[in-house]
Write a protein of this length. Sequence first.
Length: 139
Amino acid sequence: MKIVSCKGYELEKEKSNTSEDFFNRSEITFIEEGKEKTLHVLYIRYFDEIFNEFTPFKQDPLFGEGDNSVYFKDIVALVCLLKDPELRHRKRLYVNSKPEFAAYFKEIDYKKLPEIFDSLQQKKGYELRSPLEFIMQPN
């Protein structure tokens, strides 16, 4: 599977009676078996405020600098796909419970994530051989 892009953004209200401004969307676009697919993960914006409960990161942006800065919302869909590779068969995922959201972030090898974003920036893609490479294995 080749990862083409990972990005996240805050939703904005389109109408005054909607609740979009309580949510963020994270997307990962990848190519698998010659087909380009995108997984959209919609989650409660509050999780961005408490991301240090799920990750070892203490500040946002998590890593990178300037235009290459990577924010928490940029890694959410990537982490979900790494943790649950079956999500590659879905277009959307909605997560609104803290325990469910936190479960996706357990055992991720966060030291390896910058490698993906560096490759996306420089080579316009990252070849993912196995999601297991990003899951910490018990000693």
